[in-house]
Design a protein. Structure first.
Length: 228
């Protein structure tokens, strides 16, 4: 079976480790030959910094993620030419919308490196739970509407940066951890819970949501309507 590559952002690991669902990565790696790839900034944020600095709040999660790297489930990419591309993407994204003449910062280095790595490797699929990054790829003007609604002020758009950024990222496909949970359910991952199978699926969706995945309550209800 052909290997499938997915580039992962930091937030996905927060969602999965906080929900005790990091075993999903092993499930997809073994059953579907998925290779989960992380750029240097994600490795630094999610593994190296918590372990080296012994940040107790994130240390166990970092150890679990490092185990997945050691087991070959997660592939870390060494520093490559992505830096300049990541800088360009971050520059476009963080100078895209303006309020009162000031640019609004939308993404950080980790998100920019994740996108840049996908472009460099020619990988279409991104595993991203963070709402802003997902909307930046799928529906950037909805960010403008959200900001105007929240701050009650007109938000200006840098059209040149919008066109440059869209030309680079509009073909990317964003997957959330909730979609991993749903596909796993449909393919028997939750069968081990026997008569609690659907209940465990529902519980996993809510836990993923409260751990950082940008899924709405209405989406969870739709998921549950579609399954047996």
């Amino acid at each position: 079976m052909k290997q499938k590559d997915i580039i992962c952002d930091s937030g996905i690991f927060i969602s999965l480790t906080s929900s005790c669902l990091i075993d999903l990565l092993y499930y997809f790696s073994k059953k579907y030959h998925v290779r989960f790839i992380i750029p240097p900034a994600v490795e630094e944020e999610m593994i190296l910094y918590p372990i080296n600095k012994k940040v107790k709040r994130y240390l166990f999660s970092a150890i679990r993620i490092q185990d997945a790297v050691n087991d070959g489930v997660i592939t870390k990419i060494e520093k490559k030419e992505t830096n300049s591309e990541a800088d360009r993407i971050m520059n476009y994204a963080n100078n895209l919308f303006y309020m009162r003449g000031k640019p609004i910062k939308l993404i950080q280095k980790g998100e920019a490196e994740t996108i840049a790595l996908a472009i460099e490797l020619g990988v279409d699929n991104l595993l991203v739970d963070e709402r802003t990054t997902r909307l930046l790829i799928e529906a950037p003007f909805s960010i403008k509407k959200h900001l105007e609604h929240e701050f009650k002020i007109n938000v200006m758009v840098n059209r040149k940066n919008m066109n440059e950024l869209s030309g680079k990222i509009s073909n990317l496909n964003v997957i959330r951890s909730s979609e991993l949970v749903s596909v796993a359910y449909e393919n028997g991952y939750f069968n081990k819970y026997q008569n609690m199978r659907k209940n465990s699926f529902e519980a996993a969706l809510y836990k993923i949501k409260f751990s950082g995945c940008s899924i709405g309550f209405d989406e969870i209800r739709e998921y549950l309507k579609r399954v047996k």
